[in-house]
Design a protein around this ligand. Sequence first.
Ligand code: ZN
Length: 289
Amino acid sequence: MQSFDKKIFVLILAIILHFPAIHLFAQTPKINFSKVTDNIYEIIGGKGARSTVFFGETGTLLIDTKGDEQDMRSILDRIGAMSDKPLLFLVNTHSDGDHNDGNLFIPESVTIISHENCRSELFMPRRDGGSTGWEAPERKPFLPEVCYRDSMSLYFGSERVELRHFGVGHTSGDTVVYFPEQKIAVLGDQYFELPTPYIHDYKGGSPSGNIVNLGRMLAELDVITFLSGHTEPVGRKEILFCIGAMKSRFEKMRESVVAGNTFEDIIKGKEGRELTLTTAIYHEVKAGK
Ligand SMILES: [Zn+2]
């Protein structure tokens, strides 16, 4: 290619790469409040997982934050337009960034709550060994500042909301936010779309723990509708199906190990989330779970 042609080629390439229409496909959907009941909405779109907002008698509760400032500004504006009560609490369901990166844009007057282990996990390296960034001093005001171990109640006038921890699962510090009167629970990422639930064993999560804690949750909570970070709302049937699918993964793994397959045989051809989950189940089966 002659140098003049080359220049034109580079120029055209630069225009294509910078032309906004080309980036339309990469744009995240706009923030949308999806009504679940008269005072509970799922917040869909933006960068990050689904969030939930509850408008209580005396104030508002936000469950999880989105990934960037613009999303958070639009969420806070919308919350302000929908209620004249203050935003009192933010609950982080767990430590993954797609649920708490937006904490940085929450007013400092809001009390941030999480399970004790969720707060600890924020300081652990990521799966790839990189830093989460939460050790930065300027982030201190946006860390969870009230933490619990087993359960905790939040009151909004006469309305009670329960925070429950049922043991290790997706991570070691997952919170289920339970609205007893409305028979609704917000699970974070403890329920994940099949076929491959996401288990962060590198920060204390456990596939066998996921079976146990989802079972405990169904037994102890009177819930009809479960909201979660990356799926449409589901019912008890879907949670039971998810538990059953995880159990059958364990059975297959036990059979495979007993048949003499090595770890290398078992993970052959697997990648991404499937590789992560298979590896975690393998180690738990070898440990007798
Ligand atoms: Zn998530």
